[in-house]
Ligand binder design. Sequence first.
Ligand SMILES: [Zn+2]
Ligand SMILES: [Zn+2]
Length: 548
Amino acid sequence: MAKRIKIGFLGGIGEIGKNMTFIEYGDDIIVVDAGLSFPNPEETPGIDYVIPDYTYLKNNAQRVRALFITHGHEDHIGAIPFFLKDVDVPVYGSPLALGLLNNKLGEAKIRSAKLRAVKDRETVNAGKFTVEFVRVTHSIAGSYALSITTPKGVIFMTGDFKIDHTPIDGNRTDLARISEIGSKGVLLLMMDSTNVERSGYSMSERNVYKALEFQFDQNRDKRIIVATFASNIHRVQQIIDCAVRHNRKIAFSGRSMIKIAEIAKQLGELSYEEEKVVDIEKINKIPYDRLCIISTGTQGEPMSALTRMSNDDFKKVTISNLDTVILSSSPIPGNERLIYNVINKLCQKGATVVYQALSEIHVSGHACKEELKLMFSLLRPKYFMPVHGEYRHLKMHKDLAVTMGIPEANIVIPELGNVIEADKSGLRKGNNVPAGSTMLDGSIMAENSEMLLRDRKLLGVDGFLIAIVSIEFDDDNQPIAPIIITRGINVNEAFSEELKDDITAELVRGTFNEMDLNGSKQFLRKMLAKKLQAKLKKRPMIIPIIMN
Ligand SMILES: [Zn+2]
Ligand SMILES: [Zn+2]
């Protein structure tokens, strides 16, 4: 049988987060991105983040030739420190993406990673594949689409992109090269679906400046705190430029802000004069109206600098009516409650909070409908697969592709774990591979995460009860009073005594004499559960401890 190109989806499909895709031909596999996602704390209490299940790649590690990264966002690089421990391959990406990755690898104590920085239009050979890095604009500098030449044709992956004709660093989406690639023929296009619901074009990042300028003019006598994503280096650059022009010094606040600013400055992606920056520890020496603090925390993240300021938990900055706080971002769906909580607290402390004015100018990092159409027009792919989106995005992107002239039969909406096979005769679903979420508890992979989460939910809602029961009697042949310990359940002393009396009655009756340890535990668990259910309508976790 002739060999086919296989494209496997380990993440980023039916979700926005933890992107990971592999492409396989014969003995060669290449991987594109390995990201993480932040789970809903209500669904997965205590789980900090999740990474893709890459068992298939681990089992085929000797065939994996390289990992290619499109850009340095967490949903594209966050799982790499884990992945490289299992599959040690060279990693190719922009200097900034690798700089951010290197920082993570340092934290994970991985020192031997083979990081290879690439330039615009650079090509890399990996097994039977040749991968070209094609510049695109996005909400982080150093973003690339990948044009992957395979023995069966070219696969073009846009990565996260928009078409910004006036990016802050002047590095535009390389439409000339994309058009050339299109004219030579593209077998398969995989494209970012995040903003497919939005008509028209995304705004240029440059438009943010005017809105910032307006706020700086309006708040001349205040200390200004601007919160933004640390990785949005172009936004950070614009805030710096605006502050400097308004004769203010800059202080970076928040661990990731300080770290990323440092990495970006070293790489020349961020430029400012060192004398314009003051250490956050020394801001008290600067008058309020001469200072601009650039902070993390746009999404109300609990440990971020802005959230801690709102909770009076950030020693270096005390919020008052002398502060104007600008949130230079829009909420990621799902984070609204956290964000509004922070905004409310900042307002309570007297600060002026600007959060609508800037989000009205929606400067997203992802292509809107007209930009997606332009990509279809330039690349004219034979086959299409929408990626990087929830299911409704993928479906809408499929419909868009049909209006752009791609026959429905040539489009597949992939699902997690799907391996799609492609050749000149069509796309078809092959055998699935394992896929899903590996949960990270702290920074360790959670063993048996299903049970862990079930227990946590149970504890969170219903609490627990421990019954310590001695089955032997004391020297006077009297039963020893059992001990009951509860947490998180509404048990008063009288009810606790009632439970103890019931257990004592069973001891006197000799109920446990004929039972083994497990039987006794089970009996106690059942008996106590029944009582708790009857009285409290609750099903707490019950832990019997038998002593003899
Ligand atoms: Zn992304
Ligand atoms: Zn991105």
